[in-house]
Design a protein around this ligand. Structure first.
Ligand SMILES: Nc1ncnc2c1ncn2[C@@H]1O[C@H](COP(=O)(O)OP(=O)(O)OP(=O)(O)O)[C@@H](O)[C@H]1O
Length: 277
């Protein structure tokens, strides 16, 4: 069974990517918690989202302003879909602003512009911060110009920055959550803890996915795809991508894999040497 097929059945955490340089880090962090996560374009159609049957959706950060022409957004019908399916949604940075703007709140072009390390203070007991108490502080990594100045109905502020900007929000009943900072970067000292609380305490996701399973599953998929007799040709550059592909296919079908390396004279010496070995 493909990893995706397996994850589709139960525990997929789907990341909608709005262009943040940290988006793939969110995927990696979640996978490191033994939960399968997958990242797709944030403007993907509703069908391609529903087809994946996610348990949790994370809206990534991004360089845009929700007020800019052509600012990327989730597809129409998305809010109705997540509400009807009881899917938990976490908006990170731009993702938080998308939620606020689309649910009837107000995002203003920021006057303060928060970039870099910043202290935030818990304003309300929330599952997002585990046992943290009101008034507890933590250092996080901010990177935003715009800010949420009025929350949609049903939302509450969970934390504020020391400049007074909204740093974390929630609407427990509707299962919407938002972090204005980036929990996925190590500069957010307790960011991983927050992701952990979100996934396991709030969303009640079950950990159990691991990379070894992916290898096993991929080998089965390749064996089934190639069949018992056919041969496969792999264009092998010596780079990471084709080397990993060749290694996995070789594990599946052995010597029926034939790698072709083209020495075009423009390769880094180490590649050409490694491939000729
Ligand atoms: N010199 C080469 N000989 C054989 N195949 C090549 C060669 N250069 C590129 N390819 C094939 O084209 C694919 C795309 O090449 P590209 O240069 O875009 O690198 P890439 O996507 O980083 O992949 P890789 O990490 O394998 O180099 C490679 O994965 C490989 O299958």
């Amino acid at each position: 069974m493909e990893p995706l097929t397996q994850a589709k059945k139960s525990n997929l955490v789907l990341i909608l990517d709005y262009g943040s340089q940290y988006t793939h880090l969110i995927t990696r962090r979640i996978r490191s918690l033994s939960v399968f996560s997958l990242c797709i374009n944030g403007t993907s159609s509703l069908d391609s989202i529903t087809e994946l049957n996610p348990r949790v959706i994370i809206l990534s950060g991004g360089p845009h302003s929700v007020h800019a022409d052509g600012a990327p957004c989730f597809p129409s019908g998305f809010i109705e879909y997540v509400e009807s399916q009881g899917i938990h949604v976490l908006g990170i940075c731009y993702g938080l602003q998308l939620l606020v703007q689309n649910l009837g709140g107000v995002v203003k072009v920021g006057e303060k512009h928060e970039y870099g390390r910043m202290e935030i203070e818990v304003q309300k007991n929330s599952g997002l911060f585990g046992n943290k108490q009101i008034g507890d502080k933590q250092v996080v990594w901010m990177s935003h110009g715009d800010e949420a100045v009025k929350l949609p109905e049903g939302f509450e502020v969970v934390a504020r920055s020391n400049q007074g900007a909204v740093a974390a929000i929630e609407n427990r009943e509707k299962k919407f959550y938002g972090l204005q900072y980036h929990p996925e970067v190590t500069h957010s000292i307790e960011g991983m803890e927050t992701l952990r609380h979100f996934l396991f305490d709030i969303c009640e996701i079950t950990a159990g996915w691991n990379m070894e399973d992916v290898l096993e599953e991929e080998i089965k998929v390749i064996k089934a795809m190639v069949g018992p007799e056919d041969h496969v040709i792999c264009a092998l550059s010596g780079g990471v991508d084709s080397t990993v592909a060749a290694t996995v296919v070789h594990k599946a079908i052995g010597d029926r894999l034939h790698c072709v390396f083209v020495d075009n004279g423009l390769l880094r010496q180490v590649y050409s040497l490694a491939t000729s070995l």
